[in-house]
Write a protein that binds this ligand. Sequence first.
Ligand code: FAD
Length: 388
Amino acid sequence: MTTAVLESDEHKALRAAVAALGNRYGREYFTRVTAAGEHTDELWAEAAKLGYLGVNLPEEYGGGGSGIAELSIVLEELGAAGCPLLMLIVSPAICGTVIARFGTEAQKRQWLPGLADGSVKMAFGITEPDAGSNSHRITTTARRDGDDWLLTGRKVFVSGVDIAAATLIVGRTEDARTGKLKPCLFIVPRDAEGFERRHIPMELHAPEKQFELTLDDVRLPADALVGDEDAGLLQLFAGLNPERIMTAAFALGLGRNALGKAVEYARTRQVWKGGPIGVHQAIAHPLAQAHIELELARLMMQKAAAFYDAGDDFAAGEAANMAKYAAAEAAGKAVDQAVHTLGGNGLTTEFGLAQMLTASRVARIAPVSREMILNYVSHQTLGLPKSY
Ligand SMILES: Cc1cc2nc3c(=O)[nH]c(=O)nc-3n(C[C@H](O)[C@H](O)[C@H](O)COP(=O)(O)OP(=O)(O)OC[C@H]3O[C@@H](n4cnc5c(N)ncnc54)[C@H](O)[C@@H]3O)c2cc1C
């Protein structure tokens, strides 16, 4: 049956079970925790106990043995219930994948069981103040000192460093300091000497915080390097494709949550004699359109996840970029339309939609902006010339 390829019975059951968990917490929980400056620890722990957080990681290291398709279902459904867990994007999806695919046996044994059972979180740092969208310009540099590495550089906007046991930092070796990026990845423990973080205040209404990082000759043992220092972009993209698929799931969940609130409101809010405001097509059609666009974006996300889980990194790269683009655009429009549907209530704290306006922008900017995806598709897919 062709439908089973997209959403098998197992996937449907997982979707339903995660949605049930998410709905027990809901947006009120998320908002309360965020306002108190706390974290979604209870939800994280319960999701971990049910095996959702490490569903993509190998079974021999405590994971569920499934893939990004399943992890994206977990994130989308928690988001649709109003309580997305942003760290799912970085901890099991990027860091867990990179370690599972390229780590040594010792690194897998050290990190994967904790990432799988949720007791350990890992952040991921690639963005730099002077590189931004142009990762080829990153200057965080590792130089050898005997068997050790000394890592120096700056990162910005790195999420969750305060709650992560370690951060997977993308740098380059001294030998590859200039030219095209030949990235190498280092696990930097949170309390490593010379590893400083500064909280960046953001207007995001989310429990996860962003940080600027300074690495000043941070001494790391030889086994802090994940994978081969010469493997380059291949191992980095092994983590970045899941990141894009998961960001699509994050956006879809957010868009669905906002749309659900708007539909409920449009069904019940009555200001004219003829029925609730939802009878007016000026209200109904944009909501229908938002629903269609979210559904279409999910199809692309499922395609990207299917390629990725089948081991086709190349096809997954293009599809993951397109899925992230489509989901971010769809979520942005859904949230905007939801706010509008509620009129004044769209901006009240009580209805909680206005806070989603900034959140819905995140997926348009991170982990790669919509313009960089349009550039990618222009050059890689359509073969158009490059202007930069
Ligand atoms: C909430 C949040 C969480 C984040 N978490 C992390 C994290 O955990 N780890 C991490 O490493 N990073 C993280 N980031 C950083 C994020 O990935 C970057 O913000 C993103 O890659 C864009 O980089 P920049 O902000 O430097 O923008 P810039 O590169 O300065 O771009 C600014 C604008 O110019 C446009 N632009 C740039 N170049 C071109 C071009 N060639 N053509 C057309 N337009 C162009 C961009 O699209 C953008 O609109 C996070 C960001 C946010 C907002």
